[in-house]
Design a protein around this ligand. Structure first.
Ligand SMILES: [Zn+2]
Length: 69
């Protein structure tokens, strides 16, 4: 599987001239200041209830095993 590392190379569309430009402060074509690119990472890692349950279960099992030994 090839790694898709295109996120570091993404370009933005300049709202002033409509050209595709690298995410820099100023557009290299028209010289206007570019707006900051919107962050797409609204997805923070969250534990699902199942994962929390499994973690708690794992802890209980571990403590039971420790007590039993
Ligand atoms: Zn431009």
């Amino acid at each position: 599987m090839a790694s898709n590392q295109n996120t570091t190379n993404k370009t933005v569309i300049c709202p002033h001239c409509g050209r595709e430009v690298p995410p820099v402060k100023r557009c290299p074509h028209c010289g206007q200041i570019l707006p900051k690119p919107e962050k797409m990472n609204g997805k923070k890692y969250k534990l699902t209830p199942v994962e929390i349950f499994l973690l708690v279960l794992g802890g209980i099992m571990l403590s039971v095993a420790l007590v039993a030994l």
